[in-house]
Design a protein around this ligand. Structure first.
Ligand SMILES: Cc1cc2nc3c(=O)[nH]c(=O)nc-3n(C[C@H](O)[C@H](O)[C@H](O)COP(=O)(O)OP(=O)(O)OC[C@H]3O[C@@H](n4cnc5c(N)ncnc54)[C@H](O)[C@@H]3O)c2cc1C
Length: 539
């Protein structure tokens, strides 16, 4: 019997974090979509742990921030990064990173970064996606091939449980298949940049009493330093007993079955702590960005579009940014109010952000790998002590850029985008570490508390929001009429709290569904329709 054709407005291929986040973006706007994932469940081997404040703001909008916090490392867990020669060896540097988790109040975001590994994040995202009736998530479905016409994409997928081929016809496809994407490759889009590849293996360990067997204190991230530099690392996943033990080297990658994990672990952790290996995983690291983010009706997001060394914790965070950008644009296009140029702005906006984040990850990784301490760094001698002090000073010098990335997380901007109204004001300075609140068109609209629980960010999401801080009622009325005439949803938020107008810098600030400012002014625009058409991609 011939299988029937499945039809869906949006097919998301890959049910990892980015695919599921894209489904939530669509589901929350009532846009039907189908997610197909080749595995039988969310991945159970740990990868990303560091969710930055911006990703947590997305989780907040999706109603998932509490679940992530509950699954994350406990609030009292130190987010310390430790550099040492071994847990029973010598400490080299200890870096406190209070902004990497917990519930410490922040003046610039309603959310704090969290350390929640993907083994917990992905099931939360999956449940979030499935909470929408219009989202269909199917595990054990493997993408095989696609062809596209001007009107649709036709995908062949294998239903692995039934061993049956199925044809899926979609108006749009989002490729969220990760680093080994078969889709971007089939469409001939290359990755570029970077300086070659490194090979890694990570062992997922349970070691319940590890902290009792050494005097280094608890740490979220431990970099072990040997005579050749940083050679192994240990990442605490739950703040209690679960760890990811990282090994670098092609020989490990090529023959993971030959790795004597107990021996290698004891070399850095001593031989007293009991532990078991739960699973082993292999991965490669590159710092590259896809040449294109779109081919016809197919879009690339997450690791399918960009890859970076994980040391700076940016891959997943960048991918979630992709999901929130393409999500509302697909929804607006399918709903009919998105203009012909709206989807094309996805590449224009997101590719430069990936390039910036990837370049940062590359710099930080190069800095780590460039640490070549002398062999005596492990010795209990004056020369060893000197080598450790010198390395500690080098780590301190690079510290801020490596561990404080608020500028990258919150300060990224789509200024210059074809769907933002260009501003003649001077653009805010770019910074890796520092986030300076601004409403310059293109940036994320700033956070201020409106009440104990409500942030300005909670006002954004469905359609456009016009933040109004003026007694002038004519401007909101004219903007409302212009948006209505194009069928574009707009809500006016008239705010009187004196702290907010100062932060928002202008009497009127227009914010789009993903929370980015697209226009600001102190008076009505000469042609409100031109503004609407610009920001909906129809200019
Ligand atoms: C050791 C390590 C640590 C990391 N730490 C961090 C961190 O702290 N912070 C951070 O931001 N990032 C980190 N990252 C990066 C992060 O893990 C990735 O950026 C993230 O997983 C990308 O999500 P994704 O959904 O794009 O891809 P993936 O999570 O790889 O998901 C892709 C999905 O597509 C599915 N798929 C593939 N092919 C097919 C097919 N043919 N048909 C159907 N489904 C298919 C796969 O099964 C998979 O489930 C780390 C990565 C590693 C390896």
């Amino acid at each position: 019997m011939k299988a029937s054709v499945i039809q869906t407005p949006v097919l998301i291929v890959g049910g990892g974090s980015v695919g599921l986040a894209t489904a939530i973006e669509l589901g929350s706007r009532n846009i039907p979509c189908l997610v197909i994932e080749q595995s039988d469940r969310p991945a159970e081997h740990p990868r990303a742990t560091a969710l930055n404040a911006r990703s947590m703001e997305f989780m907040r909008r999706w109603g998932l921030a509490d679940a992530i916090r509950a699954a994350a490392a406990p609030p009292d867990f130190p987010h310390t990064a430790l550099y040492c020669t071994g847990l029973n060896g010598f400490e080299i540097a200890k870096v406190e990173r209070p902004d990497h988790g917990g519930s410490r109040a922040s003046s610039v975001s309603p959310e704090s970064a969290q350390r929640c590994n993907q083994i917990w994040t992905d099931p939360i995202l999956c449940e979030g996606a499935r909470s929408y009736d219009c989202v269909d998530v199917r595990f054990l479905w493997k993408f095989e091939a696609l062809e596209q016409t001007d009107d649709l994409v036709r995908v062949t997928a294998l239903d692995l449980a039934r061993d049956e081929r199925q044809v899926i016809e979609a108006q749009y496809v989002v490729d969220c298949t990760g680093a080994h994407t078969p889709i971007r490759r089939a469409l001939g889009v290359a990755l570029n940049g970077g300086e070659g590849m490194t090979w890694h293996v990570s062992a997922y360990l349970r070691a319940p009493d590890l902290w009792d067997h050494h005097a280094m204190g608890k740490a979220a991230l431990i970099n072990f330093v040997g005579p050749g530099g940083i050679w192994r690392n240990l990442v605490s996943l739950d703040g209690r007993e679960l760890y990811r033990f990282g090994l670098r080297g092609k020989e490990f990658y090529d023959h993971p079955e030959a790795i004597d994990v107990p021996k290698l672990f004891r070399e850095v952790a001593g031989d007293k702590a009991l532990f078991e290996v739960i699973s082993m995983g292999r991965w490669t690291a590159r710092n590259v960005v896809a040449d294109r983010y779109q081919v016809g009706r197919v879009f690339f997001a997450g690791d399918a579009a960009h890859l970076n060394h994980p040391a700076s914790g940016l891959g997943l965070n960048t991918g979630l940014g992709d999901a929130t950008n393409i999500g509302w644009k697909l929804a607006a296009t399918i709903a009919g109010w998105g203009g012909a140029g709206l989807l094309a702005s996805y590449e224009a906006e997101r590719r430069p952000i990936a390039a910036r984040n990837v370049a940062h990850a590359q710099r930080m990784n190069k800095n780590d790998r460039g640490q070549k301490p002398p062999a005596e760094i492990v010795d209990d001698t004056p020369e060893g002590a000197l080598a450790r002090t010198e390395m500690s000073e080098r780590i301190a010098a690079a510290l801020k850029q490596k561990f404080v990335t608020n500028g990258l997380a919150l300060g990224y901007s789509y200024a210059g985008s074809p769907v933002c109204v260009a501003s003649e004001d001077p653009a805010p300075p770019e910074s890796i570490s520092d986030y300076i609140p601004s409403t310059y068109p293109g940036v994320r609209a700033p956070h201020a508390w409106l009440s104990q629980d409500q942030s300005t960010l909670d006002l954004f999401g469905d359609g456009f929001t016009l933040m109004s801080f003026s007694q002038d009622h004519e401007t909101p009325a004219r903007m409302t009429a212009a948006f209505a005439s194009r069928g574009v949803p707009l809500r006016v938020e008239a705010l009187t709290d004196p702290a907010v107008p100062a932060l928002y810098e202008r009497d009127f600030v227009l914010v789009r569904p993903d929370g980015h400012v697209v226009w600001r002014a102190d008076a009505a625009p000469v042609d409100p329709l031109a503004i609407v058409d610009r920001v909906r991609g129809a200019a």
